[in-house]
Design a protein around this ligand. Structure first.
Ligand code: NAD
Ligand code: LMR
Length: 327
């Protein structure tokens, strides 16, 4: 039995993400939780002819039944940006939504993998981890900030200027975090094509601010939902393939609690011991099998990582203190 719960399942990301997860043969039970409309979404998806069972759970009173027995919980619950907002502007609303869901996970599915999509990811992941620490059920191998959309965008944008770069099978490492200057694509390690300095500069900026492109185009109707659902399903499927499908050697870039995770010793020297950082992670039966060593970085990328570290410190402290100082 592999039960996957989507919290925020009736939303812009939640619905297409659930649709994609309904197609996974590794999931036997897809539980859709939201404060509104999850029953309708579940009824609709339940007619799709794949073997998994789909259940809908609406409102806080149904959170226990949604989460009990969960193998994996994916969280796209919360408000998206409008033009002119930063992801950090979402903290006021989303921090308490994510905190409450993490508290429920600690109570009803303390060993589940938790995949955080809700922004600002740089702070919401620390919120989840601090809640689990407080409840004494924290395992750093089991909590992930989903930064896969940055990886997906990197391959797409590179392919758009270098058509010989095949975007589906070629993965580009993205380190740092998930917001503007904290997103650092490691383009210097792309072996299939060569870039000029100007191309690297333009691509890096486009990847860092790809989210803004969609927010602007949607003009007040939210942020990326379909590409995010695709990216969220890709990460969830990779984790399931590694944890229940027995696949070895699967690597994804993801934002994790570095301290206490296997392989993250490089962190002390590379980031000055930052608690959280996105980097390539090999997935395994327990979640993080190994945080990979930081790739070689160009001089420019080193500068970008320094900037990212500066911003991440504040983002992380904000998330941590929201829980430790009783937010
Ligand atoms: P949306 O408003 O369309 O959907 C959010 C859903 O969450 C709604 O159905 C809402 O009812 C639900 N919700 C609100 N409070 C809840 C609660 N307490 N419990 C359960 N569900 C609750 O928003 P969206 O476009 O789906 O975006 C969701 C979040 O994902 C936003 O914070 C957005 O910034 C973030 N996001 C992250 C990434 C990423 O790369 N990590 C990419 C895109 C969007
Ligand atoms: C994205 O990168 O598309 C998301 O983080 C949503 C946003 O606010 O840009």
């Amino acid at each position: 039995m592999v039960k996957v719960v989507v919290c925020g399942a009736a939303g812009g990301i939640g619905q297409p993400l659930s649709l994609l997860l309904k197609q996974s043969s590794l999931i036997s039970h897809l539980a859709l939780y939201d404060i509104v409309n999850a029953a309708g979404v579940a009824s609709d998806l339940s007619h799709i002819n794949t073997a998994s069972k789909v259940t809908g759970h609406v409102g806080k009173d149904s959170l226990a039944e949604a989460l009990t027995g969960a193998h994996t919980v994916v969280i796209p619950a919360g408000v998206p940006r409008k033009p002119g907002m930063t992801r950090d502007d979402l903290f006021k609303v989303n921090a308490s939504i994510v905190r409450d869901l993490a508290q429920a996970c600690a109570q009803y599915c303390p060993t589940a993998f938790i995949l955080v999509i809700s922004n600002p990811v740089n702070s919401t992941v620390p919120i989840v981890c601090e809640v689990l620490k407080k409840a004494k059920v924290f395992d750093p191998r089991r909590v992930f900030g989903v930064t896969t959309l940055d990886v997906v965008r990197s391959s797409t944008f590179v392919h758009q200027i270098k058509p010989q770069f095949e975007p589906h099978s070629n993965r580009i490492t993205v380190v740092g975090g998930h917001s503007g200057a904290t997103i650092v694509p490691v383009l210097s390690q792309v072996k299939q094509v060569r870039f000029s300095d100007e191309e690297i500069k333009t691509l890096t900026h486009r990847i860092q601010y790809g989210g803004d492109e969609v927010v602007k185009a949607k003009d007040g109707a939210g942020s990326a939902t379909l590409s995010m659902a695709y990216a969220g399903a890709r990460f969830t499927n990779s984790l399931l393939e590694a944890s229940v499908g027995g696949k070895r050697g699967l690597v994804e870039s993801t934002y994790v609690h570095l301290i206490g995770n296997p392989g993250a010793e490089w962190n002390v020297q590379a980031t000055g011991g930052l608690q959280y950082f996105a980097q390539d992670v090999e997935l395994g039966p327990q979640g993080v099998a190994q945080v990979k060593a930081l790739p070689d970085l160009s001089v420019e990328e080193k500068k970008l990582v320094e900037i990212a570290i500066g911003e991440l410190k504040g983002n992380i402290a904000k998330g941590v203190s929201f829980i430790t100082e009783g937010g």
